[in-house]
Ligand binder design. Structure first.
Ligand code: C6P
Length: 421
């Protein structure tokens, strides 16, 4: 096997990490599973699976409601997970960590609530051409509701932001105007793998009095995210892309902004006092957590961030970069292969097309050889339009992947191309 020298140097022993993911023992069409669809949903280490299992076996009860022992234990487990997440993203306070159903829910909360708080007719919301639909549609709806205008930062041929290229604006002016009320931007593109210069953009947004929302769905699995260092107002992410269960996510918000934002969903648990005349709301974070939360998911998320800490973020990132470099070099040897997204700063995500081969057919043939990739538009249709393609094949890496698995992908893709052309 080819050595993973960089990651080994940083202390990541891939052969020790792999057995922690039971699903990697599965056979797909009689072949060992090669899982390269980590950007769609990540696999779960045993520690997370056991934490969820243990929660249901020993603790399960509703939180913040009962006086009984199990309810208190469940509440403690939930709030310990909140503290673990706070620590992981370096938020100032645990009550700045709002649990949601995932990135989509977090961004809908942000767009609805900030729309109510900030947007007036003629105001602008600035997004980018590489956003996931979850960071486009909620802002379109907010703009429609409040008569605001959606502006889009274009994407270069390399898959980077063209910050001076907003249609109708002088190139010297940059992307902000005095009407830009919200900047909503992905930290990392799910389709291109591009790492955007979020810290710099947030600093510029602040100079224009613009509130900043970051879609961190594809950043949190790979980068050490420090929300105070980024300086953003809101930061959204999903548990299931970072070793935690599905159905749980986070909206981090700066305390002072969350205090001013109106609630999104309403009902039980988010209230302070209800009368038929008027309702007052609970303190943070509960004002934004209506109904019974996904407690088992929260417990799993807490364990996932502890696991990431123990595995070592830098070592995992180094492994993913080694995989990206190797895959880029080897895939480009295939005749007619085009990589969509060649930014200078990328995470381990590689999207490509192959001349004369439909991505769906390629994905199907790869699956028959045990290799899981995602094909299609990746919920970024405007980005597909930008690159003039109707879809790509996307391989997205995790630290348990090996260079030998990348070689298997390249060999399988070559076999598929022979059959399909
Ligand atoms: N991207 C992908 O295959 P949810 O589904 O709510 O957990 O996450 C939505 C989302 C938002 N922003 C970005 C940048 C994302 O990548 C995703 C999810 C998956 O790329 C599924 S479409």
């Amino acid at each position: 096997m080819i050595m993973n020298t960089t990651a080994e140097h940083l202390g990541l022993d891939v052969e020790r990490i792999r057995p922690q993911f039971p699903i990697l023992n599965e056979l797909v069409h009689g072949r060992p599973l090669v899982y390269f669809d980590n950007a769609a949903s990540g696999q779960k280490p045993l520690r997370v699976i056991e934490a969820v299992d243990g929660y249901y076996r020993r603790i399960n009860a509703n939180v913040h409601r009962g006086v009984h022992t199990l309810s208190n234990l469940a509440t403690e487990a939930q709030e310990a997970a909140r503290e673990a997440v706070r620590d992981h993203i370096n938020a100032k306070h645990a009550h700045e960590v709002v649990f949601t159903a995932g990135t989509t829910a977090s961004l809908n909360l942000a767009a609805y609530s900030l729309g109510q708080l900030l947007l007036k007719p003629g105001d602008e919301v600035l997004i980018t051409g590489m956003e996931h639909h979850a960071n486009i549609v909620p802002w379109q709806l907010a703009c429609e509701r409040h008569g605001a205008v959606l502006k889009v930062v274009p994407v270069t041929e390399q898959g980077e932001l063209d910050l001076a290229g907003i249609p109708g604006q002088a190139r010297t002016d940059g992307p902000f105007t005095d009407r830009t009320k919200v900047l909503a931007i992905s930290h990392v593109s799910n389709t291109l793998g591009t790492i955007n210069p979020v810290k710099e953009l947030v600093a510029e947004a602040k100079r224009h009095g613009t509130t900043t929302v970051v879609d961190g769905a594809q950043a949190v699995p790979h980068l050490s995210v420090d929300v105070q260092d980024l300086g953003c107002d809101l930061y959204a992410f999903s548990g299931h892309k970072m070793y935690a269960p599905t159905g749980i996510g986070v909206l981090y918000g700066r305390e002072e902004l969350l205090e001013r934002m109106p609630p999104w969903q309403s009902g039980g648990e988010m209230i302070d006092r209800v009368t038929f005349e008027k309702t007052t709301y609970a303190k943070l974070p509960f004002k934004f957590e209506a109904g019974t939360p996904h407690i088992a998911g929260i417990v799993g998320l807490g364990e996932a961030v502890r696991w990431m800490h123990d595995a070592g973020m830098a070592a995992m990132a180094a492994q993913e970069l080694a995989l990206l470099e190797h895959a880029t070099k080897e895939l480009l040897q295939i005749d007619g292969l085009r990589i969509i997204g060649t930014a200078a700063k990328k995470v381990g995500v590689i999207s490509f097309t192959i001349e004369g081969v439909h991505h769906y057919d390629l994905g199907t043939l790869l699956d028959q050889q045990g290799i899981a990739v995602r094909t299609g538009h990746h919920c970024t249709q405007p980005l597909m339009d930008r690159f003039g393609v109707n879809g790509t094949t996307r391989a997205s890496f995790a630290p348990f992947n090996t260079l030998a698995e990348v070689d298997a992908l390249v060999a399988a893709a070559r076999r598929a191309v022979k059959l399909l052309r």
